[in-house]
Design a protein around this ligand. Structure first.
Ligand code: ARG
Length: 588
């Protein structure tokens, strides 16, 4: 278990201002303190922005307040004494600017070094969440869209876990549906010996899929046999189940190559898992009178969208939507998840909106979208090639993700060898560093953009050691580590005997930035926008550079304090890397 949490500075200020509000405005218990960092540090470190809206609510009723400024003043006067605040001022229409006590800031950073950065973790929004991410389809390729889902989903899960939320990382693989009849029948007919050597019989799954589809489209007798095979599979016939399991296993082995490289942990509960729950789920929706008949299909009309959500197809089969409804029911009722996050491309937005709306109408979810239990669709844009079109390596073929990741690593390795590292490092060090930088670069290039925008995949750009790239940031971190190493001091010892001091303005700016780490994680997590954390990390390295340029560390009278500040920066950078799924390097 972690040490006692102190949470974020912002949360602490919110509590203080909350007390002031209750004290001064006991009739306005619903107001939530709005605290933001000051944009211009000359005004203060944080500001409270409630005065104007509060004034609008109470004016007339409370005649002593003639202007918003007076409300701001009253808030300021009621603020309880706290060691964290050095002073406050009122600005504009009642903003309360807060300047933190520099000694308090320094102490908090020092404590973090001793007790660990986990003590800074923000209050968890929920106890248990599900992140549904990656989720490729069996027998089809795992494409760059799935790569984005994998990278973004993993980061969101990590951010929640940092806040001590119990996270179920779910791989909702497409492992059910009519295409399996075709695949199984093809396996039986083309490879009668499939049971003896299943992996070889299937071979390259993509090829296998293509060939069976070709036969399916060309040969109507085969098509009929394939449709019968679906029935046998769904009826649970042993031989069919076995073939299905083999095909899934072959796919899984391919997916795992990607997960292994990227260090992704997730638990598969594919579409097939929820299949038995579909009738129950539909029954419940039926009871609420939500399901109607339309052109032979069974559908749900949801407000705003004219096209209904089909939940039972004309042929009586279930589909993507019925599965997602059953999965949602299972996650809410069996798994007791309070927040369910789905990470897919924005193209699927309507699907999610529709079945979320159906669940709301059925009373499975609260009518207010921001109340828990809550569902969120985290959509993302396309990955583009240099030509501005969907990313592919050759004109016709999609990119194989494993090859893509290997190329990133190999390029990094070549650069490291060029820089003479092969002579200085062990083979293992070279490999590990190349992997950390290569895979880190791919992840960061994805995460640093607002997820909704399309971005262009470019190796030269993402592997550049200048600019806002993982390479630059990993090097910046390694450089800090080497400053500490070369000082010849033992940091653990310094933590015990030394103190942190933020006397120099650039030290204080860096210190404030460090303190803002937990609230940035909270913001990135609440809005499900990892780019907010990337931006924080990049700015942190810039603040560090400024500090390091203007404040001599080794050999100065403040050497100990400044080394501790270096260490604190490295600790927070590493936590950022960790949350982004990037492995730090210590030597460059
Ligand atoms: N398998 C789907 C695809 O490749 C993604 C599944 C997302 N998760 C879900 N519960 N619908 O597009």
């Amino acid at each position: 278990e972690v040490m006692e949490r102190v949470g974020s500075v912002k949360q602490q200020l919110q509590r203080l201002f909350g007390e002031a509000f209750r004290d001064k405005f006991p009739d306005e218990l619903d107001i939530v303190p709005i605290i933001t960092p000051c944009k211009d540090l000359r005004h203060g470190d944080y500001q409270c922005n409630n005065a104007m809206s509060l004034f609008a609510k109470i004016k007339g009723r409370v005649p002593e307040f003639k202007k918003p400024q007076a409300v701001g003043q009253a808030i300021m006067d009621s603020l309880p004494d706290s060691e964290m605040i050095r002073g406050c001022t009122i600005a504009g229409p009642g903003y309360v600017n807060v300047t933190l006590s520099t000694e308090w800031m320094a102490k908090r950073i020092h404590n973090m070094l001793i007790d660990g950065v986990e003590t800074w973790a923000p209050e968890p929004p929920v106890q248990r969440a599900i992140v549904d991410f990656s989720s490729p389809n069996i027998a089809k390729e795992m494409h760059v869209g799935h790569l984005r889902s994998t990278i973004i989903g993993d980061t969101l899960a990590r951010m929640l876990e940092f806040q001590n939320v119990e996270v179920f990382r779910r791989n909702h693989v497409g492992d059910w549906g009519t295409q399996f009849g075709m695949l199984i029948e093809y396996l039986f007919e083309e490879n009668p010996n499939w049971e003896a050597a299943p992996t070889e019989a299937i071979g390259d799954l993509q090829e296998f899929y293509k060939e069976s589809k070709k036969k399916f489209d060309a040969d109507s007798d085969f098509k009929e046999r394939a449709q019968k095979a679906v029935v046998s599979l769904q009826g649970g016939e042993e031989k069919y189940r076995k073939a299905w399991a083999q095909i899934c296993e072959t796919s899984r082995r391919e997916f795992d190559k990607v997960y292994l490289r990227l260090g992704i942990k997730l638990e598969e509960k594919g579409e097939s898992f929820y299949n038995p729950y579909i009738p129950t789920a539909l029954e419940l929706l039926s009871k609420e009178n939500l399901i109607e008949e339309s052109e032979g299909a069974r559908v749900i009309y949801v407000g705003g969208i004219t096209r209904p959500l089909i939940v039972v197809k004309k042929d009586g089969g279930y589909n993507y939507a019925s599965t997602d409804l059953a999965a949602l029911w299972y996650r809410l009722n069996e798994e007791k998840a309070e927040w369910i996050i789905y990470v897919t491309d924005v193209g699927q937005r309507e699907h999610f909106e529709m079945f979320f709306a159906a669940a709301r109408r059925a009373g499975w979810l609260p009518a207010e979208e921001d109340k828990y239990p809550k569902v969120s669709h985290v959509g993302f844009g396309l990955v583009l090639g240099e030509d501005g079109k969907r990313f592919r390596t050759r004109a016709t073929e999609v990119v194989k993700l494993v090859d893509l990741l290997d190329e990133a690593k190999n390029r990094c390795k070549a650069t490291l060898i060029e820089r003479g590292k092969a002579e200085k490092w062990t083979g293992e060090e070279l490999e590990q560093t190349a992997e950390a930088i290569g895979y880190g670069a791919v992840k960061y290039a994805d995460l640093k953009n607002n997820r909704l925008t399309n971005y262009t995949f470019n190796f030269d750009q993402m592997l550049n050691d200048k600019g806002n790239t993982a390479v630059y940031l990993l090097y910046a971190h390694a450089r800090i580590c080497s400053i500490i190493r070369r000082s010849g001091r033992d940091v653990e010892e310094l933590k015990k005997v030394g103190t942190v001091d933020l006397a120099h303005p650039d030290e204080r700016v860096l210190g404030l930035h460090l303190l803002q780490f937990p609230e940035v994680v909270e913001e990135a997590c609440t809005n499900m926008l990892p780019n907010i954390l990337c931006e924080y990390l990049y700015n942190l390295s810039e603040d560090f550079t400024k500090f390091y340029t203007n404040c001599q560390v080794v050999g100065s009278p403040q050497e100990i304090s400044r080394l501790l500040l270096c260490e604190a920066t490295a600790v927070v950078m590493r936590k950022c890397f960790f949350l982004l799924g990037i492995t730090p390097v210590y030597k460059i």
